[in-house]
Structures are given as structure tokens and as C-alpha cells.
Design a binder for this molecule. Structure first.
Ligand SMILES: [Zn+2]
Length: 150
């Protein structure tokens, strides 16, 4: 069975079931399909109702519409968050001196007053970072952006 959306010459839209495309053609030719409103036999296929056509196609490949909207909302938040992280990262990079591997050592020197107090950045392992904060040295991880990992 196949369902067609039909329209008569009076622009009345209705739906009708047929055994198949050939049966539809035959019944239309014989004037057996008539408009339920005005009884006109001048009937042709209307553009398929979009919701009917979409249901069949999307059921297999795409998640239901509400789920798609949820994903879109999360994406927007993530985008805002990412923009914030990028801004923060840029500010940190702009206002600090890169000391590379020497970071833990330099941080301690600055903390102890052995080196000039200045904002620095560099690399520290998790252990070093923990040790520094246990010593009361305030450090901040620089936000890493997902698209800058490589
Ligand atoms: Zn009609």
C-alpha cells in the first residue's frame, strides 16, 4: 500500500491509499479518484506533506528532533566557553614571560624573593604543580583548547 497526498482542481488537499504507483495511475485515468470535498475527478498528486516524508527518511539516520535541539544548545554553551578560554589563554600568554622547563625553579625563586617578581609561564608536571601550590605558590593552569592540542 502507498499513500499519496492529492489535490483536486479546486485546490482541496486530501490523502488516499493505493495498492501501488500503477494502481494510482490507473484509478486517476479512469476518474475513480474523486475529491471528498467537491467530488471533482480532476485530481493529481500534491507535494508530499513534509512531516510524512521526513519521518520515513530520518528515522534511520538521524536522532529525533528534540535530541538535536539539545545538542545544539550544548554546542552554543561550549562555543561560548571556548571563546572565554581562548581569551583567557591569550591574556595569560600576553602578560607572562615564558621560562619553559625552568618554571618550577623560577616560581620558587620569585616566591622566595630571590628573583624579580614578574608573571611567568612555563611547563610543570602535575607533581611539580602540586608541590608548588603546597608551598603556597599560586599557579594557574593555562586553559588548553581542544583544537590547539596538536
Ligand atoms: Zn475538491
Amino acid at each position: 500500500m502507498i499513500r499519496y497526498a492529492l489535490v483536486c482542481d479546486g485546490a482541496h488537499e486530501f490523502e488516499s491509499w493505493f495498492a501501488g504507483a500503477a494502481a494510482y495511475e490507473q484509478q486517476i485515468k479512469r476518474g475513480m479518484v474523486t475529491c471528498p470535498v467537491c467530488n471533482s475527478a480532476k485530481v493529481s498528486k500534491a507535494i508530499m506533506a513534509p512531516n510524512v516524508a521526513r519521518k520515513d527518511r530520518e528515522a534511520q539516520v538521524e536522532p529525533p528532533i528534540p535530541a538535536t535541539q539539545q545538542v545544539a544548545l550544548i554546542d552554543e554553551k561550549m562555543q561560548a566557553l571556548r571563546a572565554m578560554m581562548r581569551e583567557m589563554r591569550a591574556k595569560i600568554l600576553e602578560s607572562t614571560t615564558d621560562v619553559g622547563d625552568a618554571f618550577p625553579e623560577e616560581a620558587r625563586k620569585i616566591h622566595d624573593g630571590e628573583a624579580e617578581a614578574r608573571p611567568i609561564r612555563g611547563e610543570a608536571s602535575w607533581d611539580e604543580a602540586r608541590a608548588l601550590s603546597e608551598e603556597g605558590i599560586e599557579i594557574l593552569p593555562i586553559p588548553m583548547l581542544p583544537d590547539e592540542r596538536n
